[in-house]
Design a protein. Structure first.
Length: 61
């Protein structure tokens, strides 16, 4: 996902005990990690990323 000058990636770690979906949110063109975490489902990771991206949305003019 890419919005508001940020880019988010979701990576899947497959384990015998179950999959983990790790997300990383960074500023575009920067190695700085703004937020990261993990969820037990893809939809959960996508929801957290979407909520964060919307929370930093620039105000509309």
């Amino acid at each position: 996902m890419q919005r508001y000058g940020l880019i988010a990636e979701i990576l899947i770690s497959k384990k015998e005990s179950g999959d983990l979906y790790m997300y990383i949110i960074q500023q575009e063109s920067s190695a700085e990690v703004v937020r990261w975490g993990q969820e037990v489902s893809l939809s959960g990771a996508m929801l957290v990323v979407d909520q964060y991206l919307e929370s930093v949305r620039p105000p509309r003019s």
